[in-house]
Design a protein around this ligand. Sequence first.
Ligand code: 5GP
Ligand code: MN
Length: 318
Amino acid sequence: MKIAVEVKDAGAIGIGGHIRPDGDCVGACMALYLYLKKIYPEKRVELFLESPSEVFGCIKGIDQIRTQITDEEGDFDVFIALDTAKERLGAAEALFDRAGKTINIDHHVSNMGSGMVNYIDTQASSTSELIFDVIEESEIDEEIAKAIYIGIVHDTGVFRYSNTSSKTMQIAAKLLNFGFDHSDIVEKTFYEKTYVQNLLLGRALMESIFVMDGKCIVSAIGKRTLEFYQASPKDLEGVVSQLNQTKGAECTIFMYQTAAQEYKVSLRSKGKVDVARVAQVFEGGGHVRAAGCTMNGTFYDVVNNLTLHIEKQLKLAE
Ligand code: 5GP
Ligand code: MN
């Protein structure tokens, strides 16, 4: 797919990414937004996204993101969903549904392709890597390169996870040639934590428990804890991957409370358990080693429901 060709007849192009956007989602959306604005300055290009974490302030044009949809929006000739199927576009799903043509670019195994045109590659490290594929290399500039690089860095855990391929590295190498301060970007957008973020990480680690004979590690952050620290779910980024580094644990369940009987769940696996399949049982999705869903009930209900499906998979694998 070449995105320039797909949108060439459109006057108005909308772009959207998933709710609670992570680094890959923000990087992919911003890179595509900057690219389309650059090659088609005469077209109306709008990017709809929930407000990203402040750490992404280093990406050019991040202040152009539209976090609200107004009644006077009108219809888009083309709407492009990135890093998700249309169901997790949030408020922008309505714009996607009304668009003349819809395009879906993603790397999630749980995405069956929700656009009229789909570019879904589950082997890709990130949606940002796919953006590199669909844009003209000759049009990439330092700012576009930086956005793609940030996306790849975040979804690969700084080139650490198994989704990192030689192609990922080759693309990253090309991007580095644009000369941005890659070391500073990785430090400031990925590793650096606020004091409160570290306190929350500490609590999540301290209060973690082993279930399933130590095969699964579980932790949760309640609503009142978040309120006590005046923190938001964005401050919990990275907690689940730290938990998953625990020796012996095949998988990790981390959740934060969103309402009295509701939790947003993050799942991680070291490979034996396909957590995307577990999440899909509860209408979530993701990848084999990283997935998520929203679940109702108490902490114990959530753990019991999830471990049932995790155990089933581990038994079959034995
Ligand atoms: P995280 O645990 O970091 O929020 O998400 C891990 C992976 O699972 C990401 O690729 C994310 O897009 C996906 N994911 C997380 N929550 C959900 C969900 O509720 N539904 C779907 N379809 N995917 C999710
Ligand atoms: Mn992604």
